[in-house]
Design a protein around this ligand. Sequence first.
Ligand code: CIR
Length: 261
Amino acid sequence: MLIAVTREVSRSIARCELTHLSRVQIDLELARAQHLRYQQALAELGCKVVSLPEQPELPDAVFVEDVAIVLDECAVITRPGAESRRPETGPVADKLREYRKLVLIEAPGTLDGGDVLRVGQTLYVGLSGRSNSAAVDQLRALISPYGYTVKAVDVNGCLHLKSAVSQVAENTLLVNPRWVKPVDFGAVEWLEVDPAEAYAANTLLIGKSIIYPTSFPRTRQRLEQRGIRVVAVDVSELQKAEGAVTCCSLVFEQPDMTRGH
Ligand code: CIR
């Protein structure tokens, strides 16, 4: 069974962190309606959605991806690069403890889950404004005993590694080549975003389908031409907070204990 941990949109989202975008008004009710539709898309694709309550004082708390990396063997609780986001970890850690052993990134390491792209047994970590090489070293020490390889990659011009590259099929990445170098990701196939849609590289792969924003029709056409099934969601209000589709959930496999022998 796939579990998707999410968290309700905070009433204070208007005070979110912004790095590459200018602040514009966010319609809270619309953001919540869009987030609900996003969760429905996860459920339609077979996920059991575990929704955490709103954190009224933590503007960016909806973006749960940044506070943990869930592997089969453990969950790594991050130390987010933005100080305002560090208190977000506690309630997510409390929930993940029900499913996994927890391990922690500690100071001076900083790591946002949005900077971590997993392809098979390799975890690529973007050295962004949020994640540093001390965290890469810690992550490597924590998870290499389980057989994972951790590789640092350069990322320039965007918030997180996964703003620039994400997985759209088993051996295929969707990339914005202005922000990362496709050759850094080894022997995979890649597809480029349409040049008019810089932010279009962030997709959430669930099984053989991707959850994908409605705002990138040109890149969507490229994806569909490659035979990729797209489930489109309107996330305009979360995009104003510099979020996208991977960042609003932590998706992981969990054996279904209710199905006995
Ligand atoms: C931030 O700047 O931290 C939030 N406003 C947006 C975080 C988006 N996270 C992600 O894409 N993984």
